[in-house]
Design a protein around this ligand. Structure first.
Ligand code: PAF
Length: 281
């Protein structure tokens, strides 16, 4: 595996692969890799001939300076994992390499970016669109892989790709990876105390129970209240939001009949750690 720090070298490595007729896959990450990321990497390795994994903690998508400062950074261990998995290139640029001049682009991301994470984290999705569009420009991959834990992010990236004309890039959504106890894998989980970590699987347990409740015919508004009450009654948890949205438009629905692909999206605070998860109904 080659570790590349510059855009120029990245482009020439990818061009070399394309000259051989290789199908190129891109897995954008912010590092602190865990099995969730590695499941995207494994899928990319299965489906593509040449796989680039980017490791870049993108400052423009952090609306909270403390979150950016405390975001875990484990580049050496990440590169070891990627090399062992058989990745071709780890792209590890500096901030100056990605943003030689400040990126002032404002994307017209529309309604998919206005709700939930978009409402709670102003500017976050614009920053995601900035960095992913840059990575798409640099690599011009055939396929790009994203995890469904950040379900809304995938809808936003599809919208950005449509706006920017990245029509030839197949955006592949990969299922959430969970610990054995159900907690969605996330780089932020390492910031939980042992006590918080022991309680955190309640998020998935409560969501999974809500799928049972939905199947048993519970009205949507009742189910939303039940989930909210159960989260807030769990030791150390504070609900930020729980919305049931259409899986394509990301718009909240009022009745089950309003969508053929409802998804429940949740954000929970445990101390100063913000956990997100979702479930399909
Ligand atoms: O999901 C993430 O880790 C990031 O938002 C992404 C897509 C790598 C962009 O920085």
């Amino acid at each position: 595996m080659e570790i590349i720090n510059t855009t120029a070298r990245l482009k020439s490595a990818v061009q070399g692969a394309k000259d051989h007729g290789d199908l190129v896959g891109l897995v954008p990450t912010m590092g602190a890799l865990h099995q969730g990321h590695m499941s995207l990497v494994e899928r990319a390795l299965k489906e593509c001939d040449f796989v680039v994994v980017s490791i870049f903690v993108n400052p423009t998508q952090f609306n909270n300076p403390d979150d950016l400062r405390t975001y875990p950074r484990t580049v050496e261990a990440d590169c070891d994992l990627l090399a062992k998995a058989g990745v071709n290139v780890a792209f590890v640029p500096t901030v100056e390499e990605v943003y030689p001049t400040p990126d002032t682009r404002q994307f017209d991301l529309g309604p998919v970016a206005e709700v939930m994470e978009g409402a709670m984290r102003p500017g976050h999705f614009n920053g995601v669109a900035q960095v992913v569009s840059k990575l798409f420009d640099m690599v011009e991959p055939d396929k790009a892989y994203f995890g469904e834990k950040d379900y809304q992010q995938i809808a936003v990236i599809r919208r950005m790709a449509q706006l920017e004309g990245f029509d030839d890039i197949d955006i592949v959504a990969c299922p959430i990876k969970r610990a054995d106890d159900g907690l969605a894998l996330s780089s932020r989980n390492v910031r939980l105390t042992a006590e918080q970590r022991a309680v955190a699987p309640a998020i998935h347990r409560i969501l999974a129970q809500s799928v049972e409740d939905a199947r048993a015919g519970m009205p949507l508004h009742e189910l939303k209240l039940k989930v909210a009450d159960e989260i807030n009654a769990t030791e150390g948890m504070k609900l930020e939001y729980f919305e049931i949205v259409d899986g394509d438009t990301m718009q909240p629905i009022a009745r089950w009949a309003d969508s053929t692909r409802p998804v429940g999206c949740i954000t929970v605070w445990m101390g100063d750690v913000r956990l997100i998860d979702n479930i399909k109904y």
